[in-house]
Write a protein that binds this ligand. Sequence first.
Ligand SMILES: [Zn+2]
Length: 390
Amino acid sequence: MPLVHMNDMLNHAYRHGYAVGAFAVVSLDFLEGIMDAAEESRSPVILNLTESHFDYYDFDLLAPAVLAAAKRAQVPVAVHLDHGKSPDSAERAIQAGCSGIMVDASHLPFDQNLQFTRQTAALAHACGVAVEGELGYVAGGKGENAEKHGGELAYTSPAEAKAFVDRTEVDCLAVSVGTVHGRMAGSVKLDFARLGKINETLAIPLVIHGGSGLADDQYRKLIAHGVAKINCYTALSDVAVKVIRENAATSGYMALNRGVRSAVRQEVERCIRLWGGSGRAAEVLAQCQVPKEVDHLILYDTPADLSDESLAVMVRRGKDKLRAIPGVRHIFPGKALQNEGRYQHCWLVRFTSQAVAEHYRSHPAYGEFFDKLLRPSAKDLAVFNFEERD
Ligand SMILES: [Zn+2]
């Protein structure tokens, strides 16, 4: 049940002066370690699925596990597409059930970043999904991070950030104030004056990427300057690698990975404590919308002169049309098991949230499905929307 709208969660953190950890999930060990820590700390948590990691795991296999962990949790959880690279990946994440997406376009010139982010934000908002943009560029430190986030660090300009947020309507903004993805060689200097100005100008939750390895006091100052979401992967990767190295003399895959879950849990607990999320779960849950799936049910009969072949064509084309609507999660064209009585056919279409149920009718693909394909092949149409009872 506690998969919640990410925007509500971040607004709570922003108003109450703490930051929610957004921890990257790359395996079930990571997922379970992060959730153990959040439950133990009674803290809200964000589970990040990071697109640059998709060459390591299959999103379509891991995302359902992450969603299942969120739905059975006792603490509020948001599932977030991190560094989404294209409108297609945003749609895929929304369809999978993510409650937040990040648009990764900060490497592009300002106007292109703005346009891409605005389009994706409109799509996500129509599905009730929160959107994180990025302005300025958080580069990679070294090793795999340098490869994945090439190029030079570019600081966020407060004036540009204002124009960007006003025009894209993003819910939170990742800013560049001196951190890097991964670890920086030597100590990190953060531009708090810049961050303070951005916070004053925008007054929305700010996000830090490259949040591993800062000093405790730096985290506190970031949060005091409006940071309400801190991304973390490298610190978890480091503790997991350390455990695996210590297990190197053992034989067997499971023996090698023994202890990874508990090391991840300890590091996540440390972050949650430091960033102020401990004990916040109940008050966050009380203030968050919980997205509910909606079932769109169409019952119909066919005219006597409609051939089986024509019906099959309508069903095939109809599926293609419905698939094009963002937030459509599952499509089930059905036929009755009994051969007599009213309503021998149906479409059961599952939407990811109530927000989709409010907007699907205005999508051109739905008009084409309903008016051009279904209506000419049907008689006695009945249409209903259902949401799950509490
Ligand atoms: Zn990042």
